[in-house]
Ligand binder design. Sequence first.
Ligand code: CUA
Length: 325
Amino acid sequence: MRPALPLLAATLGGCAWDGPMSTVVARSDFARDILEVYGIVTWATVVIALVVFVALGWILLRFREKPGAPLPAQTHGHTLLEIAWTVAPALALLVIAIPTIQVIFRTQAAPAAQALDVTVRGRQWWWEFRYPSLGVVTANELHLPAGRPVALSLEGPDVIHSFWVPQLGGKRDVIPGRVNRLTLVPERPGEYWGQCAEFCGASHANMGLRVFVDTPEEFARWLAAQRATPAEPTGLAAEGKAIYARSACVGCHTVRGVSAGVLGPDLTTFGSRTTLGAGLRPNTLDNLTAWIRDPAAIKPGVKMPALGLGEAEARAVAAYLAGLK
Ligand code: CUA
């Protein structure tokens, strides 16, 4: 018993009711629907467990072996009992199935006409977000206006991923060659954490994302900044731009007006993101410099190679990217 206690403490130590990845804090209509089904299933299970354990305890006490006691009455082929233990589980399943099926259909309904369309592409190991109606492309940090329905189209060019932002809703797979949909209304402004939830290779665990639910005014400001042409860099950042433009960076990344690569994240407004490497590190000059020098040291398996830039060159490129906002 005693060795079990530290193990229990270590396991439960990872639990938090309102942690950033909590599944019991619902901040969208979709998440609330799922939480409701979760509640029904949990209470149904609790009632069944109580009935089973109370009955088991009573039977163990009532029929325990006593010295000299005769064998209790033996039951065989009791029709009423057999009907009862067939009907009772069927009823329990019915109680769980009806609300579950209702929620499945509700969450698969056609999106509202005024819904904001976003294409989510899961890639090894980052997320691309395209807003086809707004002409904006970004990565790893999704901005959504609070109160407006959003219709996500999930697709991917490589392997199966799963888009999961617990407080905004359940997991939905991102499958190459088909489009899955997810419709929800984010209700409250805030920062929500997400994570790829389907094993997709070496850095599956490092495939995080952030969703920023903005007030409509904040979203309009963010959108204007995404569409604007970043100011021409000066000083160290200007050096960085020149290095960026003559290095292999341009083969994979887009910076609108500078390069048009499509293999890696669009960096047009990279400086406006709070994290780098798909939610892996805070987006600071030091972290960015280290990333540019040796991405694989931070993210195992990453497709971006080390470009052989020295510390000073990497820092100049970092200064350039940090200024793109
Ligand atoms: Cu992508 Cu796991």
